[in-house]
Design a protein around this ligand. Structure first.
Ligand code: LLP
Length: 388
């Protein structure tokens, strides 16, 4: 919920910009950390969701580790104060330079996805006189019931290792003296609202890890990845993700062996709702059959609607009209896909009105780009611009 005092402050800020509700972020983190504390789990924040320095600093101070997918993310996490022994590093295509960055930093775990990758990590670690801790990222072949671009756990996806290849990996790990297997890693997709998916995942984990324990491997760490979804339809009613039910499902369904540690990699669920993209209406244009509200923010600022047909709630923060009308809400970029919503009902809208696109904290600013030579949107924080 954007307060009246925030809307007043927006009046003097150049649009478009990202606005972060720091109070909501802290509340979300409090709820999340108290639950992982209760169950004794560990969490590594997925930096890819939002790498804004202020957001990172708050999450780091809340005690979380970091989940990274590039050498630069590993370096940024460490620069931002995340302890290297809480950093995990995933990705199907880690370059030699990136692997060396992570080896130098002494991260907790490389989440590995292929035989050649493990060989390269082993060789590079040997060259540096180190032993790399690795986890195998397993593809559990589960349908996450989410958009196809953000589904990762099906056997046709590029991610993870399939059970038919386990034998090769077991042999490799025995042979490679500079890698140490410390666990198994899973991540089945993102924006998952059907908690039954996580129940299925727990069942698959039990089956899959049995293959390893039957052969004498001790799986000290199980990492269940991220993926919990947020409410894009009604962000004001549900500003905090359903962490309680999520962890209840995990706790009731995951079989944990003595001495085993359980890890998570939340991204969207921590930062999605605290961020809003704020813009101004440039023009209202009458089309043949439609009205277009043309904003000064575009797909370069928030690409999710164009890339995943994602829905984000849109609100006119300053219209003085009671009368409602339908608009196609679009941006100024030279692409037909540069639109935020079709037939959106808004109070009568005019040039200069402030528009909020909600639930933009995750995969928003961080996926911003300079297409059409547009400037990157800046970030503002509630506790710095609001009076109350
Ligand atoms: N762990 C791994 C290995 C991942 O690949 C991801 C996200 C996460 C954790 C965090 O997932 P989350 O809790 O945020 O769902 N750009 C897309 C989302 C891509 C997600 C990629 N992986 C979007 O805007 O929906």
């Amino acid at each position: 919920m954007i307060t009246t005092s925030a809307i007043k402050a927006f009046g003097s800020i150049e649009t478009p910009f990202y606005y972060y509700d720091i109070e909501l972020l802290n509340k979300t983190l409090d709820e999340y950390t108290s639950l992982i504390g209760k169950y004794g789990y560990s969490a590594h924040y997925a930096l890819k969701a939002n790498a804004d320095p202020r957001i990172l600093s708050i999450i780091q101070k809340a005690g979380l580790g970091a989940d990274c997918v590039s050498g630069n993310e590993v370096a940024l996490a460490i620069k931002s104060g995340f302890s290297p022994d809480k950093v995990v590093y995933a990705g199907v295509g880690k370059s030699d330079k990136e692997i060396k960055t992570a080896l130098k930093a002494g991260i907790f775990s490389f989440n590995c996805e292929s035989v050649p990758e493990i060989k390269v990590i082993n060789d590079l670690a040997a060259g540096m006189g180190k032993v790399a801790r690795i986890a195998l990222r397993i593809n559990p072949d589960i349908d996450a019931h989410t958009h196809k671009y953000i589904s990762t756990g099906l056997k046709e996806n590029k991610f993870g290792i399939s059970p038919w290849a386990f034998e090769d990996f077991a042999k490799l790990i025995e042979e490679c003296k500079n890698v140490k297997l410390i666990g198994l890693h899973f991540h089945v997709g993102s924006q998952i609202l059907d908690l039954g998916v996580f129940k299925t995942l727990c069942g698959r984990i039990a089956e899959l890890q049995k293959w390893f324990t039957d052969r004498g491997f001790f799986i000290e760490n199980l990492n269940l990845g991220g993926g919990l979804g947020v409410d894009y339809e009604n962000p004001n009613e549900n500003p905090i993700a359903n962490f309680k039910e999520y962890f209840k499902v995990i706790n009731e369904n995951l079989v944990v062996a003595p001495g085993q540690h359980i890890h998570f990699e939340p991204g969207r669920a921590l930062v999605g709702q605290c961020g809003h993209l704020i813009s101004r209406v440039l023009y209202v244009k009458l089309g043949q059959k439609k009205k277009f509200a043309i904003l000064d923010c575009g797909m370069n600022d928030l690409i999710r609607p164009a890339l995943y047909q994602a829905h984000h709630a849109i609100e006119n923060l300053t219209s003085e009209y009671k009368r409602k009308m339908r608009y196609d809400v679009v941006g100024p970029v030279c692409e037909s896909s540069d639109q935020f919503g079709k037939n959106i009902i808004l109070p009568q809208t005019q040039r200069g009105d402030l528009i909020a696109i909600h639930t933009a904290g995750a995969y928003g600013q961080v996926m911003g780009m300079r297409y059409n030579q547009r400037d990157l949107a800046k970030a503002y924080y509630s506790d710095e611009i609001c009076q109350d």
